[in-house]
Design a protein around this ligand. Structure first.
Ligand SMILES: Nc1ncnc2c1ncn2[C@@H]1O[C@H](COP(=O)(O)OP(=O)(O)OP(=O)(O)O)[C@@H](O)[C@H]1O
Ligand SMILES: [Mg+2]
Length: 257
């Protein structure tokens, strides 16, 4: 019996150490008339669990395109993106719905809040759709609104909120579903430096204490030190830089490289 349970424990431990998302030789190009734009070029990237990863790059460098590939919202023309070892391009519609409702929280660069709903309702709606009980919905919605400092704006509709407040609501909405991973596209683009570092602090805490993985893109280099791993993208080409919590000794000595 102990052999069976040992094997099971080992399999669980292996799964916990395996990357949540793996990008393998992925390229994404767009054809515009006779021209081909390479937004992501031959990218290899492992996203490990409980890590806070940032992706930095200039405007047009390919950040949103790569994040969309990680979310399964778009697929590479070449290569593949695996979520728990399964090719996202082969997910059925049902699998994708499950992924979006329960496992992957996306913070869009454009916020994507529903204009007719209040801040509170925008956060609560995905929980309703995911079938979370009324009591738990109320608890979580209150909690995440407080986390982003917007309890007092709960009844406001998006147009009654500033850009930064809308941005924080869209972050709260992604956190509330308690996903395995949050993919956040320029989540601090509209925020002042204090709010921006609060949001990055929140991501740090989510990855350390709540078992979440966070990938956030940013233009803001002052925030990078808060991440465990930093990647830079330039013209669609990805490279890694040492993160604050990355041991530089091991960074260039990964066994799989
Ligand atoms: N649907 C599309 N059709 C054609 N070209 C596209 C498409 N999406 C992105 N691109 C091009 O791919 C490149 C990367 O775009 P992407 O949106 O990923 O950049 P980004 O790093 O997110 O920029 P920003 O910081 O401004 O948000 C750009 O040159 C862009 O014009
Ligand atoms: Mg972008």
């Amino acid at each position: 019996m102990s052999q069976v349970s040992d094997a099971a424990t080992e399999a669980t431990a292996r799964a916990a150490n395996a990357p949540l998302i793996q990008v393998k030789n992925a390229s994404r190009s767009f054809r515009l008339g006779s021209e081909t734009v390479y937004a992501v070029r031959n990218v290899n990237l492992d996203i490990h669990r409980n890590r806070f990863v940032t992706l930095v790059g200039r405007s047009g460098s390919g950040k949103t395109t790569l994040l969309n590939l990680l979310a399964g919202l778009d697929h590479p023309n070449e290569g593949e993106v695996l979520f728990e070892d399964r090719d996202l391009a082969k997910f059925s519609e049902r699998d994708m719905i499950h992924l979006r409702r329960n496992r992957v929280g996306v913070v869009f660069q454009s916020f994507a809040l529903l204009p007719l709903l209040s801040a509170y309702e925008n956060v609560e709606l995905p929980l309703r759709i995911a079938g979370v009980s009324a009591r738990e919905r109320g608890r979580r919605t209150d909690e995440v609104l407080e986390m982003v400092g917007l309890t007092r704006r709960a009844r406001h509709r998006p147009f009654e909120l500033s850009g930064g407040e809308q941005q924080r609501i869209s972050i709260a909405r992604a956190v509330a579903i308690q996903p395995d991973i949050i993919l956040a596209d320029e989540p601090t683009g509209e925020l002042d430096s204090t709010n921006a570092s609060n949001i990055f602090g929140l991501f740090q805490q989510m990855s350390r204490d709540r078992g979440m993985t966070v990938v956030a893109t940013t233009h803001d280099r002052t925030l990078l030190d808060m991440a465990d791993e930093i990647y830079e993208i330039s013209d669609g080409v990805l490279s890694q830089r040492a993160g604050a919590n990355e041991d530089p000794e091991t960074l260039f000595m990964r066994p799989d490289e």
